[in-house]
Write a protein that binds this ligand. Structure first.
Ligand code: SAH
Length: 386
């Protein structure tokens, strides 16, 4: 593991001390309205959009197709924000993980996973989570708040900065795909996620196509239709169990939206075809959900939906009440799915040396901060007692 040492940076507030406003996170209509507000024609928004999201430029003085006078005014009234970076870790397998500082000192994680034919960024949608899935480390943290659109887009901008991938290249991108599989439940923060993804998909900016974006949900049934209709992104569903009895326990949102309702919503996901399938994520938990009977039940359960299955060996964390299934049982499980005609790749665990699994770095940092706080208060108490 290699840690890149640098001073921690913090995200500036959306309006900074000199009253300047962050431009990141505004959609096109908002940026146009803002240009009219400052006495500029509407098409300035398009020029700025190009600089912000295609070029990744943060310095107004470099935006050379804008008049000098306007550049000076921009500088006085606006800035181009980014999340701060608390921790920056590179795994020996090339996986990169950032713990980001937000403007209220909350923290979220973003992970970049390079592969031969693509580079995937795993993006967070909330600080913490409400879902309490039993195998998930983020599930042990309570929900603190939803992320705003600029904080979601900011994760992509920050990763692009780091990869040196500006202007947005057409081909051979290091950051070619996005998965909304970081901390939080994206369909519980749909408005901000939708706004952010529309910015990311815009063809004159970051321009990552909806075909290269996957949103992962634990199964917020009432939002599934809207996600497909409004965003048209690929959908992944954290299934993890093939009957309500077990799923109620390990993915508790199932009590609210049981399997029958979930499968019905998935059958109706807009734009579904054999070329565009739902991904079923299935975490392999030893002795819990990994039997041959489970695999056969899984095949039956998903039979009405164009589907692929993603088997994820459980990523252990300290104190987790589960173990990873054995390689042999994962292979047997995968064979049954494969023989039924589904692609069922087993996801190789990545970045294990940097705790890249969901929520791990954040928890570690919270523990650290708690112990710092406890130490500080012990010292204060000692001081007061003396
Ligand atoms: N809330 C969304 C997205 C975040 S979790 C969802 O539930 O889909 C992203 C994926 O990682 C989910 O499939 C989740 O079940 C899985 N996951 C979480 N913790 C894990 C662990 N310790 N090992 C393996 N997969 C895990």
């Amino acid at each position: 593991m290699s840690t890149e040492k640098h001073a921690a940076s913090f995200a500036p507030p959306s309006i900074d001390a000199s009253g300047r406003r962050d431009l990141i996170g505004l959609d096109r209509a908002e940026l146009e309205a803002l240009m009219l507000e400052v006495g500029e024609p509407k098409f300035r928004a398009r020029q700025l959009w190009h600089w912000l999201y295609h070029r990744g430029e943060r310095d107004f003085s470099q935006m050379l197709n804008l008049s000098k006078e306007f550049r000076v005014r921009l500088e006085q009234q606006f800035f181009v924000g980014r999340p701060g970076i608390a921790v920056n870790l590179a795994s020996k397998d090339g996986t990169h993980k950032w713990l980001l500082n937000l403007r209220d000192n909350q923290q979220v994680e973003t992970v970049h996973i390079p592969e031969e034919d693509r580079g995937t960024l795993c993006v967070s949608s909330q600080v913490g989570c409400t879902l309490t899935c039993k195998f998930c480390h983020t599930g042990t943290q309570r929900l603190v708040r939803n992320l705003d659109a600029d904080e979601i887009v900011g994760q992509v901008m920050m990763a692009r900065d780091h990869l040196g991938e500006w202007p947005s290249p057409k081909d051979g991108r290091l950051l070619s795909n996005i998965v909304m599989m970081g901390m939080g439940e994206p369909l519980y923060n749909f408005d901000a996620v939708a706004k952010a993804l529309k910015i990311v998909m815009d063809g004159e900016g970051i321009a990552i196509s909806k075909r290269r974006i996957t949103l992962s949900t634990a199964g917020v049934v009432p939002m599934i239709e809207r996600c497909g209709a409004e965003l048209g992104v690929n959908l992944a569903v954290s299934l993890h169990a093939v009957n309500d009895e077990l799923r109620d326990q390990i993915v508790p949102i199932n009590k609210k939206y049981p399997l029958k309702e979930l499968m019905k919503a998935l059958e109706n996901y807009p734009g579904l075809s054999n070329a565009r399938r739902i991904t079923f994520e299935y975490v392999m938990l030893k002795g819990v959900n990994d039997s041959a009977a489970d695999a056969r039940a899984l095949v039956k359960l998903i039979s009405k939906v164009p589907a692929k299955v993603n088997l994820i060996p459980f990523n252990p964390w300290p104190g987790a009440p589960f173990e990873r299934s054995t390689p042999a049982s994962i292979r047997d499980f995968s064979d049954i799915i494969f023989d039924a005609g589904y692609s069922s790749p087993v996801r190789t665990p990545r970045g294990e040396d940097i705790m890249a699994a969901c929520g791990q770095l954040k928890s570690d940092s919270v523990k650290q901060r708690r112990s710092d706080r406890d130490k500080a208060s012990a010292e204060t108490n000692a001081g007061e007692a003396a």
